[in-house]
Design a protein around this ligand. Structure first.
Ligand code: UTP
Length: 293
């Protein structure tokens, strides 16, 4: 099985974001900002840090803002230039990608995450690929999550998922790994248990939104089997590769924010704002007035 560098990343961004209505009625969830940057830009920057060259956006109707965000904004750039706003100009240029590095495909109906990944099949071809769920912000600036996974992948190959150690009483909210051999932060995956009943979880390792997968998963997704919620689930297809191909989990040691959820999004904003030298002090000051700082 190939362990050649992973160069393609799929960003499933065609969901409806119903947990975040009404904000997501006209604005894609993945364009919601954390402090001043859209969620999707954090994920794209994480992919770039991992050496990804091809970004595949799986989009839907009304989501054109996401492609525009990584394009040239010629009028805005000219206007900022004319006004001498060089810092602002740098910010918009930072969000540009090399021409041709975004490929976009449509998921015509939101039939589930697995279906979204399958929609990218012609771009994925026969190589291993990464999947990043941009509404999960994995915050670890010194060791970005996908780059760490890429390093681990070069050792173990096969399929590699990101997991987070969660408290015992939270395991029922996640897909949980049944662990095999453990080597530092890399755990062999024996099976995946979706949302186990309290007290029955096989570990505290919860599956989170970063994956490096072998292309064989596409044929399994093509079967279109409906799983939880009547959706075509990526987890169900992945689980069929366990025991057939190497399958490991890498424990993420940074902070994860579920920004598809209102509370998770607010927490991410506070946490990242506090780290910023420009706005951190005033946010901290306000928190202190509420005895929270
Ligand atoms: P979520 O389940 O978090 O997204 O999927 P959602 O369905 O938009 O959210 P809610 O539950 O209604 O609030 C995780 C990622 O998968 C994408 C989403 O856009 C999100 O980035 N997704 C999900 C798709 O691209 N297509 C789908 O059919 C489902």
């Amino acid at each position: 099985m190939s362990r050649s560098p992973v160069r393609t990343a799929v960003f499933p961004i065609a969901g409806q974001g119903t947990r975040f209505l009404p904000a997501t009625k006209a604005i894609p969830k993945e364009m919601l900002p954390v402090v001043d940057k859209p969620l999707l830009q954090y994920a794209v920057e994480e992919a770039l840090a991992a050496g990804i060259e091809r970004m595949v956006f799986v989009t839907a109707r009304g989501k054109g803002a996401m492609e525009d965000h990584f394009d040239i904004a010629a009028e805005l750039a000219a206007s900022l230039q004319a006004k001498g706003k060089t810092a602002e100009l740098a910010l918009i240029n930072d969000a540009r990608l090399l021409p041709g590095s975004i490929l976009s495909v449509r998921q015509q109906e939101p039939l589930g995450l697995g279906h979204a990944v399958w929609c990218a099949r012609h771009v994925i071809g026969n190589d291993a690929f990464a999947v990043l769920l941009p509404d999960e912000l994995l915050w670890s600036p010194a060791n970005p999550a996908l780059a760490e996974m890429h390093t681990a992948y070069s050792r173990v190959g096969g399929n590699l998922i990101s997991v987070l150690e969660v408290p015992e009483d939270h395991t029922h909210r996640y897909g949980i790994v049944t662990p095999g051999q453990v080597d530092g932060l890399i755990t062999e995956v024996k099976s995946l248990v979706e949302k186990p009943k309290p007290g029955t979880a096989p570990s505290r390792l919860a599956v989170i939104g970063r994956y490096i997968l072998q292309p064989e998963v596409i044929a399994l997704l093509a079967e279109g089997t409906r799983g939880a919620g009547g959706e075509i689930q990526l987890t169900d297809a992945m689980a069929q590769l366990i025991g057939v191909q190497p399958f490991h989990a890498l424990t993420f040691t940074g902070e994860r924010f579920d920004c598809g959820d209102k509370a998770g999004h607010i927490t991410a904003n506070i946490a990242l704002a506090l780290e910023r030298p420009d706005i951190g002090p005033s946010v901290r000051e306000w928190l202190a007035t509420r005895n929270l700082g």
